[in-house]
Design a protein around this ligand. Structure first.
Ligand code: NAP
Length: 544
């Protein structure tokens, strides 16, 4: 949904009004009614029930096609539609089996809006490639998607499942489950990170998947990581294809289109990269303090005024050029140049238990998974800005957090470090986590003090890890770009890589790893590309 919180109030009011009018017009054109049924336990007036009423009231102002009826959980209708939890929102039950356990709050309001539109349309809008796969499903699939209102990755995965349930209503049923409303259900499935997708009680996806990968996982009843499209994938011609929709890629997109280049961005996960899950950003000029996701929303709505963004699309192949052929799970781009702005991914500790218990108490995203640990004890590993910002975030959510750092001094800025002291957040200095233990989920960590060599077992329900990032260079490596000794894409100072026509920007090429520097690199790269396309150095046989 549009973020107008940082605008001048009058501008913001006008933008909100324009957006509402646009939504009303969209609903006006929908051919179908959108009946909603809210089931609640008798006398149940909790925050989720009230949130449902409020959200639905707001959406009903857009269209009288949306109707709401409320029932008690012991009503006959609940039995008929298999509703057992309060609150549950049942969506268009005459045609589909789509239940929402909890309420569409926060990030999930985006999912809800899309559901209403798809139900009103009566079409799944699955891509042609996804349709080919889903048609192979020949038995029932009961899907559960665990989400939280603060998780920017969740809407993509929930919408994938909604599309599947709309496409095959007689075979696919869906429950979208808010982990805050249904902690016991999340516990039962050991779903301690979001999003997580289960089909017939089998885990088929952790994190957001591109639509085609989700559908393939649903068909195979096993998590898939890659989808190779049929050769008749849609063809798109561009001057520049940007891979990655973080600050570097989005800024490059704005600059490139303003220079007149036909440009597209592909992003396999959530737009905004790491910023989308940063609780608070306090050093981006123009914003004294802004939520990472709010900053991303502003950047994305700005970029969308210029550049086409294909979200949920993963690059599966690049064939040499220029011009290059770049295949995603859905499309094939014929492009004169490619900019890799693939960012970085979370560094792992590489200790026993970490991989096995990922999503079972081990988390790399406090914004997404923090709500599951309210009132519980967790550890945050790391000593940089991320670990301290996220420890503070968890603390303010009502979580008993202890910071574990391998040295006796933090790398984080003094301003942040002082807040740890001010809030009495305990820090275990000179301490390393050697093992993460637990059967179904995390219950303790084995610690070692690296000065005294003393070992201790520390009871904890969660292990949040924020120990920096590794550049995401898999695609660059696969394509044969030179990687420097620090592990980043090698470039010539003007963002040209070792393959003519291929450029890099942002965290994948190293540097200071700040949002503002990533954006700056994106802008520079776009300007280099514009100049190179006027005067292609590769035609002179020169590189750089
Ligand atoms: P970082 O600055 O690289 O810090 C990583 C921390 O993790 C360090 O304290 C490091 O310990 C520790 N660490 C690394 N490997 C470890 C291991 N194997 N075991 C235990 N500890 C380990 O990473 P970051 O905090 O994610 O920040 C990344 C970048 O984003 C930085 O440039 C940061 O400034 C920026 N950022 C800025 C803000 C902000 O300005 N508000 C917020 C978040 C991030 P040592 O100290 O011993 O090396």
């Amino acid at each position: 949904m549009q973020d107008t919180s940082q605008m001048d109030p009058r501008q913001s009011e006008m933008a909100s009004q324009a957006y509402l009018q646009q939504l009303k017009a969209t609903f006006e054109q929908l051919p179908n009614e959108i009946p909603l049924f809210l089931f609640t336990a008798k006398g149940h007036e909790d925050v989720f029930t009230n949130a449902n009423r409020e959200v639905i009231r707001a959406f009903r102002q857009l269209s009288d096609k949306i109707t709401l009826r409320e029932y008690n959980l012991d009503h006959e209708q609940a039995k008929q539609w298999n509703v057992t939890h309060s609150p549950t929102l049942v969506i268009a039950p005459e045609k589909y089996t789509i239940h929402w356990l909890g309420a569409p709050m926060g990030e999930e309001a985006r999912t809800f809006l899309e559901i209403l539109i798809l139900i009103g349309l009566g079409q799944s809008q699955l891509s042609d490639q996804a349709l080919k796969v889903i048609q192979k499903i020949d038995s029932e699939r009961h899907v559960k998607i665990f989400v939280s209102p603060t998780c920017p990755y969740c809407p993509q995965q929930a919408i994938n499942a909604v599309k599947a349930a709309i496409e095959m209503p007689h075979k696919i049923s869906l429950e979208i489950i808010d982990i805050q409303s249904e902690p016991e259900l999340a516990d039962q499935y050991s779903a301690q990170s979001v999003p997580q997708a289960f089909a017939n009680d089998v885990l088929i996806g952790q994190g957001a998947q591109p639509e085609e990968v989700f559908v393939l996982s649903l068909e195979k009843l096993e998590a898939q990581t890659i989808f190779i499209p049929d050769s008749d994938a849609e063809l798109v011609d561009t001057d520049l294809l940007i891979v990655g929709g973080g600050p570097a890629g989005l800024t490059a997109g704005i600059y490139a289109v303003r220079s007149g280049l036909r440009t597209a961005i592909v992003e396999r996960d959530a737009l905004g990269g790491q910023v989308a899950t940063t609780p608070i950003v306090e050093n981006y000029p123009g914003f004294t303090s802004v939520g990472g996701k709010s900053l991303v929303d502003i950047m994305v709505s700005h970029a969308l005024q210029y550049v086409q963004i294909f979200q949920g699309e993963a690059v599966v192949d690049i064939q040499s050029g220029p011009p290059f052929t770049v295949k995603t799970n859905r499309r094939q781009f014929n492009t004169k140049t490619v900019l890799l702005a693939t960012g970085a991914s979370h560094r792992h500790l590489g200790i026993p238990g970490e991989e096995r218990l990922a999503g079972r108490g081990v988390s790399y995203c406090s914004t997404c998974d923090g709500p599951l640990f309210k009132g519980k004890k967790v550890v945050m590993v790391g000593g940089g800005n991320s670990a301290v910002t996220e420890a503070l975030h968890l603390f303010h959510m009502g979580i008993d957090v202890t910071l574990i750092h391998r040295r006796d001094k933090l790398r984080a800025q003094e301003f942040l470090a002082q807040q740890l002291v001010d809030n009495n957040i305990p820090v275990l200095w000179d301490t390393e986590v050697k093992e993460i233990r637990g059967e179904e989920r995390v219950d303790e960590v084995l610690l070692i003090n690296n000065k005294s060599n003393e070992k201790t077992e520390f009871q904890t329900a969660g292990v949040f890890i924020a120990i920096g990032y590794e550049p995401a260079v898999e695609l660059a490596e696969k394509f044969g770009l030179k990687i420097n000794t620090d592990g980043y894409i090698q470039q010539d100072g003007k963002h040209r890589t070792t393959i003519p026509g291929v450029y890099s920007a942002g965290d994948v090429e190293g540097g200071y790893k700040q949002i503002v520097t990533a954006s700056g690199q994106g802008a520079e790269a776009a300007m280099t590309i514009f100049e190179d396309l006027i005067n292609p150095y590769w035609l002179d046989g020169k590189n750089g």
